[in-house]
Design a protein around this ligand. Sequence first.
Ligand SMILES: Nc1ncnc2c1ncn2[C@@H]1O[C@H](COP(=O)(O)OP(=O)(O)OP(=O)(O)O)[C@@H](O)[C@H]1O
Length: 350
Amino acid sequence: MVMTDAFIEMDRVEKVFDVCRKTGFLKRERRRVRAVDSLSFTVARGEFVGCVGPNGAGKSTTIKMLTGILTPSGGRVRVAGVDPSPGSRLRPGGGRPHRERMRLAHRIGVVFGQRTTLWWDLPLIESYKLMHRMYRIPDARYRENLDRMVELLDLRELLDVPVRQLSLGQRMRGDIAAALLHDPQVLYLDEPTIGLDVVSKAKVRDFLRELNAERNTTVLLTTHDLQDIERLCSRVMVIDHGRLMYDGPLAGLHEAGESERTLVVDLERELPPIDVPAPARVVRVEGPRQWLAFPASLSAAPLVARIAADHPLVDLSVREPDIEAVIAKMLHPSRDAPEPPSERAGRAAP
Ligand SMILES: Nc1ncnc2c1ncn2[C@@H]1O[C@H](COP(=O)(O)OP(=O)(O)OP(=O)(O)O)[C@@H](O)[C@H]1O
């Protein structure tokens, strides 16, 4: 595999876990779980890539191999010119694995949404001071970065508060700042907006967008919140059963999943389902309101014109496809598409 501008590189990477399960009195069953299965991809410097997939798909395992927390069972991983698990390849007892790990630590930042890297009982600022020393960040750079994070992530009032007293959203902002104090070239985010309210999510997303644009930081994000992907990522990877099922722009995902838009029509009164030409079709009727699905690649205009010509229209709106449904359809094409989501869409001029 020739990879010239690859900043992050996974080449046919495998991860197999040996799991031991108790199946009865003095009985155990050994099982092999293939969490990552011949996974290959590259990420260029400065890209913002989203990684999505169902529970247990292998997303966190992938991030853990990229950070060196887990060692791959096979294949090759490189991040910013460094092998994250050098011990697996080099002679035991040599000094290099430690040096490689240190080099990697200086180049990457990691945020696990479900866990904190901060010291639980210490005020936030004390965690940052410890990181200043651990990463040997030059004083001027530390001050500059800290000031910037404090301002952009709205941390001033929180610096003297022990981490255990912070709300989830405050703690998450604190964690993101901690991951960036040493100016890493790569930032891994594992579910960074999990459990956050709408305002906190917006703050975190605005910050990440700015970071990527201003500092060219390469970001790899795993999430179940598909709005994270819509708002932040130029590229999305869909992982299922440890394999890469899709890798490309978000728009292409809609094509791959044959996604549909929904036209919501409010009529003057309750009427039978509107007769429209295929592939458009009525998917739901509730009183005077009807929902019509049509391929996302088609314009809504002819459909709207036709309905308006024959029916007493009061209002209408077009809803963009729900990527969660698109991904589900892509992974399990035989399953029926879920019912159209409730009120969530932008208005379109008739
Ligand atoms: N330390 C471990 N020991 C044994 N099995 C593991 C371990 N870590 C992960 N697995 C298994 O590997 C598979 C992939 O797990 P992983 O956590 O990578 O999925 P994920 O895509 O991040 O899921 P989620 O979205 O639920 O966080 C799962 O079947 C999981 O049970």
